[in-house]
Design a protein around this ligand. Structure first.
Ligand code: ASP
Ligand code: MG
Length: 241
């Protein structure tokens, strides 16, 4: 039985219909006999909207409160996805970073994950449940909510995959994989079947928006195999290993 970590980005969960579509894909993966941990981003433009909202009450907001506010976006997605899975007859449980044991340092708005206390997640997996975890957020040893920097849900997924020794970490979004160039600009850009951690690290540091830089660093360090693929079709994406 494989342990699979899946991560769905904001576009993949931007509407109730898309959340239900993601739930269907998760059920299919579960029926193949996998143990599943699913990390979600905030719906669509939620994070941008929350930042704007905060700026309306304080143009220079305290970072602690900004993090607390931003963390709510991913909690909404996690709760809705677990409920969508329930509606499909699957046993599932949604966790915040606090509940999922994702411990970070206390550098607000760009915290780093120090460790994952996997006990609770493993307990729920052992009960046969699909565990849905809110991405992008963490908790300090003083129980303060932090966030991991924009795009940080990728890092949540990879850190969980490393801590749980997952067989694969699948990153689902609206891009089909890693391309030789930006396919929106270069029409004959090719999708790569496979790429190394070092090559991916270089692309990410050059500003390719496919993966959070920190996620690639963690994947390389712990040798977590990554599969970058689309949540809107069944095509194979790009394997990073
Ligand atoms: N919701 C956060 C952001 O928009 C984190 C993420 O999407 O990974 O940056
Ligand atoms: Mg987002």
């Amino acid at each position: 039985m494989a342990l699979v970590v899946q991560k769905y980005g904001g576009t993949s969960v931007s509407t109730p219909e898309r959340i239900k579509n993601v739930a269907k894909r998760i059920v299919t993966a579960k029926k193949k006999g996998n143990r599943l941990v699913v990390v979600v981003s905030a719906m669509g433009d939620t994070t941008d909207n929350l930042i704007e909202l905060m700026k309306k009450v304080n143009p220079d907001p305290p970072k602690r409160e900004l993090d607390l506010l931003l963390s709510t976006g991913e909690v909404v997605s996690a709760a809705l996805l677990a409920a969508a899975l329930d509606a499909m007859g699957e046993r599932s449980i949604a966790f915040t970073a606090y509940q999922g044991g994702i411990i970070t340092d206390s550098i607000h708005t760009k915290a780093r994950i120090k460790r994952v206390n996997t006990g609770k997640i493993l307990q729920e997996l052992d009960k046969g449940k699909i565990v849905v975890v809110a991405g992008f957020q963490g908790i300090t040893s003083e129980n303060t909510v932090t966030t991991l920097g924009r795009g940080g849900s990728d890092t949540t997924a990879v850190a969980l995959a490393a801590a749980l020794k997952a067989d694969i970490c699948e990153i689902y979004s609206d891009v089909e994989g890693v391309f030789t160039a930006d396919p929106r600009i270069v029409p004959d850009a090719r999708k790569l079947k496979k790429i190394s951690y070092d090559e991916m690290l270089e692309l990410a540091s050059l500003g390719a928006k496919v993966l959070h830089l920190r996620a690639v660093e963690v994947a390389r360090k712990f040798k977590v195999p990554l599969h970058i693929r689309s949540s809107f079709n069944e095509k194979e994406g790009t394997l990073i290993s």
